[in-house]
Design a protein around this ligand. Structure first.
Ligand code: DC
Length: 233
């Protein structure tokens, strides 16, 4: 198993999916799980910082995660929510919802179940998030913490928003990146931090192919390929 952590805009999702596809592994986007619960909270009209209300909604929500790296899916209560969870409303509220301890406990439990299931089949799994190496799977065979300057991360997010048809403004995005960094790193439960035994990889000057190449080398060096077959290259 590979644990990929780091703040948003480091290219984590793109890199994690490509790495999983190369390895013939499955892929789990834990951020999508926090986003789906946040969507449930907003739909229910609850305040994202109302811990009791958020916990109630999170416990009742039925999440189903599709772990094919070429076509990952997110279902909330039987409906595909992949597009909605990337919208500005969810993005604005997800830090508050993911700071609720009970939500984290619930989702960490589900994530561990999905990882166990994946590890019982050949191929392994690449899991991305903020606390995978520190909390969800401290025993992961390889832990990498991706970083990049906040400016580079804002630029990438703006480019992604534009490519996906959303209106985006670099200055506002940069401010939002910094706001979310502060919230994610400053929260009491599972703050974003590099695990002591995680390797740090700064992607500011690297393109996706270079990052994936570096990660493949690390997987190989760790001798993890036995359980994670390379499918191409
Ligand atoms: O990776 P992302 O931007 O989709 O994550 C959405 C939010 O969820 C982000 O504010 C941090 C939070 N998150 C978290 O707290 N723990 C995780 N394992 C993954 C995401």
């Amino acid at each position: 198993m590979v644990a990929l952590d780091g703040p948003s805009g480091t290219g984590k999702s793109t890199v994690a999916r490509k790495l999983a596809a190369e390895l013939g592994a499955t892929y789990l986007d834990t951020g999508a799980m926090y986003r789906a619960v946040t969507l449930g909270v907003l739909r229910a009209g609850a305040a994202p910082d109302d811990a009791a209300g958020v916990e109630r909604i999170a416990s009742a929500a039925k999440l189903e995660m599709g772990t094919d790296p070429l076509a990952p899916t997110v279902f909330l209560d039987g409906a595909d929510v992949a597009v909605e969870i990337r919208g500005p409303e969810v993005t604005g509220a997800v830090s508050a919802v993911s700071a609720v301890g009970a939500v984290r406990e619930l989702l960490v439990e589900q994530q561990r179940g999905l990882i166990r299931e994946a590890l019982s089949a050949p191929g392994g799994i690449v899991v991305e998030g903020r606390d995978i190496g520190t909390v969800v799977a401290p025993d992961a065979g390889l832990k990498v913490f991706l970083t990049a300057s906040s400016h580079a991360r804002a630029q990438r997010r703006t480019a992604q928003d534009t490519a996906e048809g959303r209106v985006s403004d670099l200055e506002r995005t940069h401010a939002d990146v910094r706001r979310r960094d502060a919230l994610d790193s400053g929260r009491r439960t599972s703050p974003l931090r590099r695990a002591d035994d995680a390797l740090e990889l700064d992607t500011t000057e690297l393109d996706v192919a270079a990052v994936v190449g570096r990660l493949l080398e690390l997987v190989e060096n760790r001798g993890l390929l036995a359980g994670m077959e390379r499918t191409s290259r």
